[in-house]
Ligand binder design. Sequence first.
Ligand code: NAD
Length: 391
Amino acid sequence: MNAERVGVELGERSYSVLVGRGMLAGLGQEVRSVVDARSSRAFLVVDSGVPSSQIDALSGSLADAGFVVSSVSIEPTERVKSIATYERVLCAVASSGHGRVDPVIGVGGGIVCDIAGFVASSYRRGVPIVQCPTTLLAMVDASVGGKTGVNLAIEGGGLLKNLVGAFHQPRLVCADAAVLSSLEPRQMRAGLAECVKHAHICATVGHPDLGGWMKEHLDGIARFDGGPLDELIARNVALKASVVAGDEFEDPGAPAGGRMLLNFGHTFGHAIETIDGVVPVGRCYDGSVVGLLHGEAVGLGMLAACRCAENLGLCDPSIGERLKATLDTLGLPARAANLPGTGEIIARMGHDKKAMGSTLRVILPTGEGRCAIVEDAAPGAIAAGIDSIRG
Ligand SMILES: NC(=O)c1ccc[n+]([C@@H]2O[C@H](COP(=O)([O-])OP(=O)(O)OC[C@H]3O[C@@H](n4cnc5c(N)ncnc54)[C@H](O)[C@@H]3O)[C@@H](O)[C@H]2O)c1
C-alpha cells in the first residue's frame, strides 16, 4: 500500500497510522494483518455523512480479505454521542454474531471514532478496533491515542463532554485524505484548529519545527491544497503519536505535562461547546449557523487561554495576537455570540473531567510553541480570558 506509516510506539500495543490517499479500497489486507488469523467478521460503525462509495470500497476490500461485513450507521451530533447510542451500537454488534477476535471498524468523524472505540473497548471486555477517520479533525487528533467515550447528559440539560469512556488503542488507523474531498469547508477549518493547537505546544513536546512549517505554508493550508494538506496530516499525526507514546494514560504527574498538554484550549472550549444558542461570530458565519463545532470551540478556548496567561504574566500579548491572526487566515472565529455569564462558564469549566477535585487545571501558553499546566489560576484571569472571546 502506498502510504506513509507513522508509528505509535506503545510496546505490545504499538500500531501504525497510515497517511495517504485512496487507501480504503485496499485496507482489507492491512486489517487482516493486525488481527488474529481466526477472525472472520468485521463490524463497521459508519458515519452517515461519509459517501457510500467510500463505504462500499472499504466493505469490498474487507470481504476480499475474508471478513463477513456488518454495519450500523450513526448521524453524529454531540447529543447523539450518548450512552443510548453506545447501547444501540453494542446491540447491533452482538446481533451480528461478532466474536472476541473480530475487529470493530470506526469510519467517520471524531464522534463516530469515539463511539466505535468505546464499543470495542467494552464488548466482550474488549475486541480490536481499527479507526478510519474521515474528517481532518479525526485524522490529526481523535483517531490516534486510544481515547474513546461518550458524553453524559445531566439534569438541567447540560452535556458533559467525554465523561464516560475508556483507553483502548487501535490496532491500525487509516487516515485517507481522499475522503476529505466531500467534507464541508467549515468542518475542514474546525480540523485545522487542532493543528493550530499542536503548533502551540510543539516546542514543549519535542516537535519544534511544526509551528514554523505551518506558518510558512499557512496560505496553502487555508486553501486545503493537496500537498500541504497531506504533509500537515502526517506532521500532526507524528506529534500526537509521540505525545501519546510518552504518556499513554494521561498521567497527571507526567513530566513536562505529557498528554494533558493536548488539552490546550479544551477546558475553556468544552465549557462553551455544547451551550445551546452560542454561535461563532465572523466573516464566515451567517445567522443560519447553529452552534459551535468542536474545533471552533477549541480555537476560541485557545484565545481565552492566551488572554488568561497574559493576565497572569505568563506570556507576552504577541502570542495571543499571532494566534488570532492565524485563526483569521484559516477562517476560524475569534469570538462567540450569546455566551452565558462568566460565572456560569467558570462553573462549567469546573465540571470538566480534566479538573482535578476542586482544583481547576488549565493549559496556558508560556511562549512560542510552549504551554504549561497551571493549577488554580486566579478567577479574575480566567474571567478575562472568557470575556475576550465574547461577540
Ligand atoms: N478521542 C480523542 O482523542 C478526541 C480528540 C479530539 C476530538 N474528539 C472528539 O471528536 C468529536 C469531533 O469530531 P469531528 O470534528 O470529526 O466532528 P463530527 O464527528 O461531528 O463530524 C463532523 C461532520 O462531518 C460529517 N462527515 C464525516 N466525514 C465526512 C466526509 N468524509 N464527508 C462528508 N461529511 C463527513 C459528519 O457526518 C458530521 O456531520 C468531538 O466529539 C470531540 O470530543 C476526540
